[in-house]
Write a new protein. Structure first.
Length: 455
């Protein structure tokens, strides 16, 4: 399939795709701008940004991964156009870069739908100096519009599974041309690089994973540690649960509570569980599940502060067994106040979630069997002694509770994770160096070439 047929195909499917997008937005909540002008590349007035570096981070995970890169760009004096496709990604970007947004150095925008007219209008309006796609967001018409306007494009911290390769090869020429049009590709691992080259990418380099360049906010780490010290209980964080997993974990916790009661013990006296859904739309679902299971819980949003006052509020609330993490941007605090983390998204066939942040906080990690989105990262963490794989939710809780009684092993795992993260930093610096090379080679006059904007 070439790009002409690709465009015809998505035009044919567009009513259904836009309807699905609107339904998803309604379920998730928030302002998605599904029918807004910016989704179609139409803007009011001229852009205030001059020759910005365009960074596309589709959703929450990519936005978090892109944060150190965006900060590095701002630090070297660039203006940044940060685009997203989801509300959670946009909210995280707004939170992380509030000062730069207020100063007019960074602007957030929706990425237009991948129709030729939409993408060409977007490029003509913002005229970015260079475009950077995070992890795997390759849109043929967007890349073609940038190429027509002589805008170099990079794919960075790229991950590319066997499944993604098969999909790309089935799509045929349109994806080969898209990958082949990229001016630079920086892969997370050698395996990712080899698969990207099979898909059509040229001169792929291995830079490593941006997520290793994480810098945990000192204030959030301090708040988490203060909470941990004041709580006087062992904490198991169940982080980034996805659809279907909340129910499994709630049921498993309820079984543990029942068994403890049969032995005359109250788990809430010694242990607290954090249940932290990945997406905001899951918060109310998780709360309903906890109520139905009659597990005493409190919401994070109910606490005034996650330090001493937060711990006091929990004690005053009847010593709940579960803290429902119904907040965004606080994962460093959750991890820093935990003794062990179960990183979910891996107990149902979802492909797993990022465990690097937990390791960076020095927290031992348990993961489930489904981690193909992070296969090399998980394998390395296990090999380094920072993580353990288990097969079921019940296995995860049993292992977590077992490790709580083994402080020496917990400490060893936590130190191994922190050391492993530290020795893999540097991906951002390598990509910034490559970006600056491309900038130096860019001939400014050619970037002013006009383009034919399709309707």
């Amino acid at each position: 399939m070439n790009r002409f047929f690709y465009t015809a195909f998505i035009r044919l499917l567009s009513p259904g795709l836009l309807g699905w997008m609107a339904l998803r937005a309604r379920r998730a909540g928030g302002e998605w701008g599904v029918w807004s002008g910016s989704r179609f590349g139409r803007y009011a007035g001229a852009s205030a940004l001059k020759k910005p570096v365009w960074v596309h981070a589709v959703s929450l995970g990519e936005t978090r991964a892109a944060q150190p890169l965006v900060q590095a760009l701002l630090d070297q004096g660039e203006s940044v156009l940060l685009t997203h496709m989801t509300v959670t990604g946009r909210a995280e970007g707004a939170r992380a870069f509030a000062p730069a947004i207020a100063q007019g150095r960074l602007k957030q925008e929706w990425l237009p739908y991948d129709f030729p007219g939409c993408t060409q209008r977007f490029v003509a309006h913002y005229r970015p100096l260079i475009g950077i796609l995070i992890e795997r967001e390759v849109w043929p018409n967007a890349i073609a519009a940038a190429r027509r306007a002589h805008i170099p494009m990079m794919l960075v911290s790229a991950r590319f599974s066997d499944h993604a390769l098969r999909q790309s090869l089935r799509a045929g020429r349109v994806m080969r041309e898209a990958y082949g049009s990229l001016d630079a590709v920086y892969a997370q691992t050698l395996n990712d690089a080899q698969r990207l080259e099979q898909a059509g990418a040229l001169a792929v380099r291995v830079s490593g994973n941006f997520k290793f360049d994480i810098s945990l906010p000192a204030d959030k780490v301090a708040r988490g540690k203060a909470f941990n010290a004041a709580l006087k209980r062992k904490v198991i964080a169940i982080a980034s649960t996805r659809e279907g997993e909340d129910q499994l974990f709630v049921a498993a916790i309820a079984r543990k509570v029942k068994r403890a009661r049969m032995k005359g013990k109250d788990m809430a006296e010694s242990v607290m569980f954090y249940l932290i859904p990945r997406h905001p739309q899951r918060f109310e679902v998780a709360a309903a599940l906890l109520k139905k299971a009659q597990l005493p819980f409190m919401r994070r949003s109910q606490l005034v502060d996650i330090g001493q006052a937060g711990a006091a509020a929990l004690r005053a609330g009847g010593q709940p067994l579960v803290l429902l993490g119904d907040s965004l941007g606080e994962m460093p605090s959750y991890y820093s106040s935990s003794h062990i983390a179960i990183v979910a998204g891996s107990f149902e066939p979802m492909g797993g979630q990022n465990l690097i942040e937990a390791c960076a906080a020095g927290v031992p990690v348990l993961v489930g069997p489904h981690t193909w989105n992070f296969e090399q990262v998980v394998a390395d963490a296990i090999d380094q002694g920072a993580a353990i794989r288990v097969q079921t939710v019940d296995d995860a809780l049993c292992k977590a509770l077992e490790l709580l009684d083994q402080p020496a092993e917990l400490s060893e795992m936590g130190q191994a994770g922190a050391h492993w993260v530290q020795k893999h930093t540097g991906a951002i610096a390598r990509v910034i160096a490559g970006l600056n090379e491309i900038k130096a080679q860019t001939v400014a006059p050619t970037r002013g070439a006009t383009t034919n904007v399709l309707p």
